[in-house]
Design a protein around this ligand. Structure first.
Ligand code: FDA
Length: 388
């Protein structure tokens, strides 16, 4: 007998399975559980962030994530990691990674699930789900064979739409809609942005920067120029706030008072070319690009102080208008999802369909880059598991 059916053996589903009580079945259409965990963090899984707080998440309801995040915190997950003797380190900005391999996190979750006596069935899909008086009737299919189960609870944990090549689907949104739940507009997030061809010669250039959009405060991390446009952590962060057609701004010298520096250089080495003066602070290829974009010519001494002030101001808020995102093919997450209005923030249960739970990335809660999305998966999976 299956009391609880969890659909999706990713981060949230596996966590939920470890806490959902007896007779829990987890299904996944993939050949292996936790595939996104496996590839995350360059194979080392940035499994949480020490600074996790509700402010690090985007949602139409910014309060929604508070309950689960405060009841199952980054420190709770870290305790679990340590109990399993998984070696870890802080890389930067509170981001915690495995020393060895992301597979350690998957093994830990599978062990926790087994300890709770939950069953995992891979290469299995839920074909249809219907409500009954006492729960649900679900048709499952494994290797072409069909069977029907009647669980009391269903947990939608199939994640978002990013990386369809890895089996991402809109399943959770479809089922949520079937049961009367609204789904907010979804779009790729934590994703590189494309820019017209003029950036091509810069491909491979990286620089520390501050990046912001009309709707977000600056993110101070690296920017990477690519063949298609812009990437790097600061761009991925800002991409979650970027909308089609909007500009973003890049402070190319976040730690330098360029006007002061250029005026000092004007006094001591005035005969130096302006581009040479800039190359003290920026990669040469970027300086070459800026020289043609901003028509920078002449020596530093040729520039009036006001001109140097203007140049410093231009580089402190360099405006770029991307043409698009790279899309779900490379996005780390999906922004938006099942509207939180219809879900209890404490239990993650539907407010209108008793027994239906929605967790993880499928819900309209999207974290910043840096381990926040996994923390949401752990916290929401745990909260639903407790309630079941
Ligand atoms: P998740 O996607 O993990 O799991 C969903 C599961 O459902 C999958 O196993 C899938 O096969 C299954 N499924 C989908 N449709 C189904 C269907 N119709 N039937 C049956 N099964 C179905 N985050 C972070 O915090 N730190 C990091 O380091 C990274 N790194 C990272 C790298 C890359 C390349 C990506 C793409 C993403 C990240 N992320 C990340 C984001 C993180 O991976 C993501 O937010 C979580 O995995 C979401 O957990 P879920 O359990 O909600 O979905």
């Amino acid at each position: 007998m299956t009391r609880t059916l969890i659909i999706g053996a990713g981060a949230a589903g596996l966590m939920c399975a470890a806490h959902a009580g007896p007779d829990t079945l987890v299904i996944d259409h993939a050949k292996a559980a936790g595939e996104k965990i496996r590839i995350s963090g360059g194979g080392r899984c940035n499994f949480t962030n020490m600074h996790t707080a509700p402010d690090n998440f985007l949602s139409q309801n910014p309060h929604f994530a508070k309950s689960a995040l405060s009841r199952y915190t980054q420190w709770d997950f870290l305790d679990l990691v340590q109990a399993h003797q998984i070696a870890w380190h802080e890389k930067t900005l509170g981001q915690l990674f495995c020393d060895r391999s992301a597979r350690d996190i998957i093994a830990m979750l599978l062990a926790e699930m087994e300890k709770a006596d939950a069953t995992l069935q891979l290469q299995t899909s839920a074909l249809d789900i219907a409500k009954t008086e006492t729960g649900f009737r679900v048709t499952l299919e494994t290797h072409g064979k069909r069977r029907t189960i009647t669980p009391q609870h269903i947990v939608l944990a199939t994640g978002g739409k990013s990386i369809p090549k890895m089996g991402a689907t809109d399943f959770a949104y479809r089922i949520a809609r079937q049961f009367g739940h609204a789904v907010t507009q979804t779009r790729p997030a934590l994703v590189p942005l494309t820019v017209e061809d003029r950036f091509k010669p810069l491909a491979g250039t990286a620089a520390p920067a501050r990046v912001w959009t009309e709707t977000c405060a600056p993110f101070e991390e690296a920017v990477l120029f690519t063949h298609r446009g812009l990437s790097g952590p600061a761009i991925l962060q800002a991409s979650s706030y970027w909308t089609d057609g909007a500009p973003l701004w890049i402070d190319l010298l976040p730690d330098t008072d360029l006007a002061v520096d250029l005026k000092a250089q004007k006094k001591s080495y005035g005969r130096k070319a302006l581009t040479t003066a800039l190359a003290r602070h920026l990669p040469q290829r970027l300086v070459d690009h800026l020289a043609s974009e901003l028509a920078l010519t002449g020596n530093v001494a040729d520039q009036p102080d006001a001109g140097l002030d203007d140049l410093a101001a231009a580089l402190a808020a360099w405006k770029v208008t991307p043409t698009a995102t790279e899309g779900y093919r490379t996005a780390e997450v999906t922004l938006g999802g099942i509207n939180t209005d219809g879900i209890s923030s404490k239990t993650l249960q539907s407010k209108t369909v008793p027994g239906l739970y929605m967790i993880g990335e499928a819900v309209d809660v999207t974290g910043w880059l840096g381990g926040y999305n996994f923390q949401w998966a752990w916290s929401s999976g745990w909260a639903a598991g407790q309630a079941i």
